[in-house]
Design a protein around this ligand. Sequence first.
Ligand SMILES: *[C@@H]1O[C@H](CO)[C@@H](O)[C@H](O)[C@H]1NC(C)=O
Ligand SMILES: *[C@@H]1O[C@H](CO)[C@@H](O)[C@H](O)[C@H]1NC(C)=O
Ligand SMILES: *[C@@H]1O[C@H](CO)[C@@H](O)[C@H](O)[C@H]1NC(C)=O
Length: 485
Amino acid sequence: MDLNRRLPASAALAVTVFFLISSGGVDGNLVFNVRRKFSAKESLLSVSREHDFRRRGRILTGVDLPLGGNGHPSGTGLYFTKIGMGTPPKYFYVQVDTGSDLLWLNCIDCIKCPRKSDLGIKLSLYDPKISSTANLVTCDEGFCTATYSGPLPGCKPELLCQYNVVYGDGSSTSGYFVRDNVQFDAVTGDLQTSSANGSVIFGCGNKQTGELGSSSEAVDGILGFGQANSSMLSQLALSGKVKKIFSHCLDGDNGGGIFAIGEVVEPKVDTTPLVPNQSHYNVKLKTIAVGGHALQLPTDIFDTGSGRGTVIDSGTTLAYLPDEVYKEMMTAIMANQPQLKLYTIEEQYTCFHFGESIDKGFPVVEFHFDGSLTLTVYPHEYFFPIGQDQWCVGWQNSGVQSRDGKDMTLLGDLVLLNKLVVYDLEKQTLGLTEYNCSSSIKIKDEKTGAVYTVGAHNLGSASALVVGRLLQILSFFVLGLYTLL
Ligand SMILES: *[C@@H]1O[C@H](CO)[C@@H](O)[C@H](O)[C@H]1NC(C)=O
Ligand SMILES: *[C@@H]1O[C@H](CO)[C@@H](O)[C@H](O)[C@H]1NC(C)=O
Ligand SMILES: *[C@@H]1O[C@H](CO)[C@@H](O)[C@H](O)[C@H]1NC(C)=O
């Protein structure tokens, strides 16, 4: 199912150490001669404060990540960007995901990787052997021991640092860590960028399962924008390249949008504190109002302390609510339309026929967060069209549970579209405002005070995609619709 991809709940790292097997055939490439090229001293997480300080002078104003895709459930359901990797750089399309940490790419020695994609992008495999700056990461290096919170049992210097990540939708990626130069577009002027690079450790994924191994909407990998030290953002920040602030504006109407690293000065956003010490972007939800009336809910329903909490996740398409919240909200939303005949498709989506203006017929939903932040979601955003005057409900009754089994609230693209969302990890706040994601934002260079415009991008032909995906979903649903008639 594409509609509820990659919930973050069970994302976790697991370790297996394995012997490096030369991938044979290709003669005498020295990239695999790890020990010589890589010493523990260079290890990423042991970069000293002085080193950071020295490099601070070169901090970039920002990074402009060109965005493609469409987060609408009847669209592609995902957003992706393009990054360069290696020397000389090769380009890869990676899904941007704030619900996970790791950057990984489909790798050359892949056992199971997608070979083509319906997203209108050409897939590539990363090959460390053709990059002069690639180095394999061994299990005794700082990055590896820090990622696994300690030395690995059985680790020998010639063993690689392997990873295995399982996403919330059950799909997984596994492989080994590589360090290489990532290329990106540094912001250097109004709507101007120039190529810059930094060294990052990322996953060379040689076995992908579930959606990641075979999906028709395949990408080259995932770029996790989580807070962990292992994320690309944390690594670039640690080496003094960027500030730990990023933002996205996912265009729900045209596809693509804005994705930038750097301090946003325009538009102004209202903020809410991030809940400390969480692996995901958790915020404190206080109340939900439908059509201006607060839902009557148990006071502890959104507690963060009890392992519940509310997660903001751009890698999830829809929005998931605890059972009680879902029922109350749906009752309130449907209150003015008692005549609607509801039907279910795919055993999961509640749908109906509605021939009038969807925004006039249904109320807005407002999420009120700790602090001054309010998130407003309009009917055309929380319902998605599946055909002429046919709409389905985007809100989902949460099957998503936190580690201790409590229902959690997970807000994905359904509510994030057409908003600028600013993740300020330095101040530990999440900011948000309604915004035209086809326009531009302004980011500031801390050192010079210069303010630069960063514009929207749209990789690939989103409008054609939307239609393509829509047809695909419809044919997928045909069985359900036939039984219904
Ligand atoms: C990476 O950046 C450095 C300057 O910081 C530059 O000298 C080098 O050529 C760049 N490498 C590539 C592959 O662009
Ligand atoms: C992440 O890195 C910072 C800075 O090096 C360090 O202080 C912190 O303990 C690390 N966090 C984890 C969870 O390893
Ligand atoms: C959004 O911004 C784009 C680019 O500036 C503009 O062409 C478009 O009309 C704007 N849309 C709305 C609804 O204002």
